[in-house]
Write a protein that binds this ligand. Sequence first.
Ligand code: ADA
Length: 583
Amino acid sequence: MLRRFDIGRTGLVYELTEGWRMLPDPEGVGKAEGWERGLPEGARPVAVPSCWNLELDLFTYTGDVWYATEFLAREENIRLVFCAVNNECDVYVDGIPVASHYGAFMEFGVDLPHIGVGKHTLVLRISAVHNMLDTIPLERTDWYNYGGIIRPVEVHAFKTAAILRFRVKYELDVAAKSAEASLECDLLPFADGVTDILAVTLLGKRIEKKVTLTGGEETVTLPLGTLRDLDLWDIDRGNLYTVEVSFAGDTLRDRIGFREFRVEGRQLLLNGRPVAMRGVNRHEEHPAHGFAVPADLIKRDLDIIRNMGCNTVRGSHYPNSKLTLDLLDEMGLMFWEEIPMWGFKAKNLVNEKVAERAVRMHEEMITRDYNRPSIVVWGLENEAETNKEEARGIMKTMHDTVRRLDPTRPITFTSNRPDGELCYEFADIISVNLYPAWYGSLYSDIKGSYDAWPAMVERIAARMEEFGAGDKPLMLTEFGGAAMAGCVDPFTDIRWTEPHQVKIVDGALKHLIASERVVGTLVWQYADCRSAIETTMALGRPRGFNNKGILTEHRVPKQAFYAVRDRYTALGRDGIPSKFDIL
Ligand code: ADA
């Protein structure tokens, strides 16, 4: 299944799932031996999408792996869309290098003009080697970086031009339920001087403009006028509208939703009403599938999350699949999207390659997802050394990039060093991750107690004031503790037991929900996930897993799940506690 709706392409579009073979290349001989023209004996059949670290002999392998298959071009011009490849890859078509791409979780397209109708070979060299200097993510993360073609490969076919994508931009008048809208469309001609009518259909209206394309890719803007009688997108109300664009024999559809999400003083407003983000952090991962999580499991995750009373999901720590976003849009769940920049130190933050890669990742993420009503905030990074002067340069660059590409959505990043934070000015919403009663090193003077939160919030708020961010909204975006499923001990304060996890998570929610200063709580984490080997060694991760899930990796609830569900479902769907709520 490509999407949850028909994207309407006139030319053939299909997912390239058949005929794949793969071959690890630990010695790096593939290029010298000409594997780009076809894989030698020994290549094994493989399903795509998939993760090679789930093959038993490749459980910890990160080096080069080659993949090959054939595709059928039913038109003269083809665009291959790689929904995500982890991490670095070279793409060869009919033995010729056509593209290279860096960065997992990011979609990229490869245009093959005039490739000609018929069968063609496709070969990829993929490497999932990460380091501790300039890769995003670094080698050390708290998730497992499964290598492979982790999301589908799509084949799109065109006659004379391609509608690559479009963005619908609008100014919403919430009270009047109307919007002043325009469309920005990226077009790619496959011949010189393609002239045709660019036509947009939305809400029964058809708007046209004559367009002539002379060179390469071009962005065309079209005013859509005032759109009236809109059913707004909102929490639990996935009101979506289909936009259809056609040009030069190609058609493309996307869905949009109209909503206003903004920051006003210390509050978050959705369609003019104060809301609090209540949710979980979710890795798009499963031990049997790695990152190639199947559609039914994604749907199940989101059903569980909504039934738990959440109105928000944080896509920690990377852009999620298009299918996940389709479902979030439909279900009326708010989403936080970020790039996989995790735990960067000062020396990484001043590295030029890191800055260049981070900017490109933000561009790719926003290019793919601009139209998504469910995405309400962009996250710049997670837990970097933003208390050091060295962080300010890259944080400003990333902030300015995101703001330029999307002036409408608030920007945030997560800080785990609120005492000395130097980058609050690059966030519209202040997001803090803290693990009292679990790690306990930060704020150690008030550590250990499950009731430390009111004092901690006061202290964070005081520091925000001091750093000029006193009037910004504050969210607690990670807190929690680990439990081994089924581990129950009569002495409930013992680490790794389920009751101990309940005390930590429930204790946090009790205080944070009651705090007028805090407008968001995101529990770490939705489900247990496999961790990186380096983190397992450094931080102690029994089973090699991050066990802070309130469900197991197989989505079996732990006791903490019920505690979170009770806290969240007691709130209205806007997440705001009633004044009469008693702790
Ligand atoms: C951090 C990080 C998470 C996870 C968590 C933990 O806050 O952002 O990805 O590693 O700590 O479990 O320690």
